[in-house]
Design a protein around this ligand. Structure first.
Ligand code: PLP
Length: 361
């Protein structure tokens, strides 16, 4: 696989990483190898231990994050692999608002008596630092889904390491282009590659990135033992998506920032939450009915869960019974896509106008 210079900019890494050696008639992209087994005597041997398409994807993601990546069958497969790292009775500190699957997984471990969880407000750095004292693992998601709070990774990582705890950062919302947690002190970076990395709403994939060879070996072994490995085609599609990651993130972020002032001025919107970067915006409308009306009245914006695709999607998060009860009923999480910003606003503002028109007297 390609040997990338550490001086290359992320835009060059996304395009040039994970390529086969340049030899006459070699393909420019790693071909899809549909193989469950390999001729004995090599490094791979069996389909659960490796695949050229995973490795090409891992090559690019690892270079972007500043570590070594491992691809998983989904973001949740990556999340649960990390939670299995710590022993029986260990304490995990985690955000009170984070991806509900991660929180539910933690709650499941807790219900079985395996782990204890302390959920914290990750913007309250002093409280998080205090909670780290007897922790074995500190789980950060920043920005959080869907509250869009930010954690001070550097300060929290220093406190967690003092306690001997692993520091994990779910970097799905920011992508390695906008935030590189390993450089800020994280031990493990988690991705739902289903989102921005793949970017086209057609793949489920997860990833972990670490910069410690021993930890890499432990996690890789766990992936082999649990079989939570990605499909070959999925990894190939994810890498194809990553080739344009820098362009998509730049455009989606510019679109989000173009919408912000217009959203802030619209009378249907009582609060706009934006962490200062990225393309996820959460708006708060006047309750459940207003938010449910909004998501039914657009023609460009798609009412759908998930995020990070080229198309703009949005949803009222409390429609999920598992979402934190401290998230407002009227909060709509918007994943701003790469369409034309004026077209997006025209569609959205028409729907928001209807919300105002239907307000009860
Ligand atoms: N982490 C975050 C922040 C997410 O938003 C999601 C999914 O929405 C996940 C992890 C889980 O990833 P997946 O759906 O690929 O299993």
């Amino acid at each position: 696989m390609s040997d990338l210079s550490p001086d290359l900019s992320p835009a060059t890494v996304t395009v040039t990483g994970g390529r086969p050696p340049r030899e006459p008639d070699a393909p420019l992209n790693v071909p899809i190898s549909m193989a469950s087994t390999y001729v004995a005597g090599g490094d791979t041997e069996y389909g659960r231990y490796g695949n050229p398409s995973w490795e090409a994807f891992e090559d690019v993601l690892g270079s972007l994050e500043g570590g070594r990546a491992l691809a998983f069958s989904s973001g949740m497969a990556a999340v649960t692999t990390v939670l299995d790292l710590v022993g029986h009775g260990a304490k995990v500190v985690a955000p009170q608002h984070a991806y509900q699957g991660s929180i539910m997984s933690l709650a499941d471990h807790e219900a079985r008596g395996r782990l204890s969880a302390e959920l914290v407000d990750i913007e309250d750095t002093a409280a998080v630092v205090a909670a780290c004292a007897d922790a074995a693992l500190v789980w950060l998601e920043t920005p959080t889904n869907p509250a869009l709070e930010l954690a001070d990774i550097e300060t929290i990582a220093a406190a967690a390491h003092e306690a001997g705890a692993y520091v994990v950062v779910d970097n799905t919302f920011a992508t390695p282009l906008l935030q590189q947690p390993i450089a800020l002190g994280a031990d493990i970076v988690v991705h739902s590659a289903t989102k921005y990395l793949s970017g086209h709403s057609d793949v489920l994939l997860g990833a972990l990135v670490v910069d410690d060879d021993e930890l890499y070996a432990v996690l890789k072994n766990r992936r082999s033992l649990t079989g939570s490995v990605p499909g070959t085609l999925e990894a190939w599609l994810a890498l194809r998506g990553m080739r344009t990651l820098h362009l998509r993130v730049e455009r989606a972020q510019a679109n989000a920032q173009a919408l912000l002032p217009r959203l802030r001025e619209h009378p249907a919107v009582s609060e706009v939450r934006y962490p200062g970067f990225g393309a996820i915006v959460s708006i708060v409308l006047d309750g459940e009915l207003a938010a449910d009306l909004l998501v039914r009245k657009t023609s460009l914006w798609v009412h759908a869960t998930s995020l990070g695709g080229v198309e703009s999607t949005f949803e009222r998060r409390r429609r999920w019974k598992t979402e934190a009860r401290t998230i407002p009923e009227g909060l709509v999480r918007m994943s701003v896509g790469i369409e034309d910003a004026d077209d997006l606003w025209a569609d959205l503002s028409r729907a928001l106008d209807q919300v105002v028109a239907h307000r009860p007297e």
